[in-house]
Design a protein around this ligand. Structure first.
Ligand SMILES: [Zn+2]
Ligand SMILES: [Zn+2]
Length: 137
């Protein structure tokens, strides 16, 4: 039995579900993630095959070049404003969902911290996690 990962925005208009396993689970402390989350980092589960993610509801999207210079497409609910998922222009197969949007956020199992160099003293990460000054890989 494969595990189901499902979730959505705060008002329920946008929903997603997959039985795929994420290939990377990460906290990101880049400035873009700080700005959008309103705090020190964002947390993501990233899946290798966007096609395996069933999404319902109409998200709005906007693009930003992250600290890496790569264009990211942020999808959010136009009704409640919740950021729900992120896709990447240069890697169109990938999709990342925000850990806090999961129906069971305890499924998130962070493995690493990216852009740790941008992290703030008040946003301490688990010191046992692998950290990267920038994006790994
Ligand atoms: Zn919503
Ligand atoms: Zn980031």
């Amino acid at each position: 039995m494969s595990k189901v990962y499902s979730g959505g925005c705060a008002c329920g208009a946008i929903r997603y579900e997959t039985t795929s396993a994420p290939f990377v689970e990460i906290h990101c402390q880049c400035r873009d993630c700080q700005k959008r989350s309103g705090t020190g980092h964002s947390s993501y589960l990233t899946y290798a095959r966007r096609a395996d993610m069933a999404i319902t509801g109409e998200a709005k999207t906007w693009r930003v070049a992250g600290d890496s210079g790569n264009q990211k497409v942020h999808a959010f609910c136009p009704n409640c404003g919740t950021p729900v998922y992120v896709t990447f222009v240069a890697m169109p197969e990938l999709i990342a969902v925000h850990a806090g949007s999961l129906d069971e956020p305890g499924q998130f199992n962070p493995q690493m911290v990216s852009y740790a160099i941008r992290g703030h003293a008040w946003d301490m990460m688990d010191p046992s996690l692998q950290t990267f000054d920038r994006m790994p890989g």
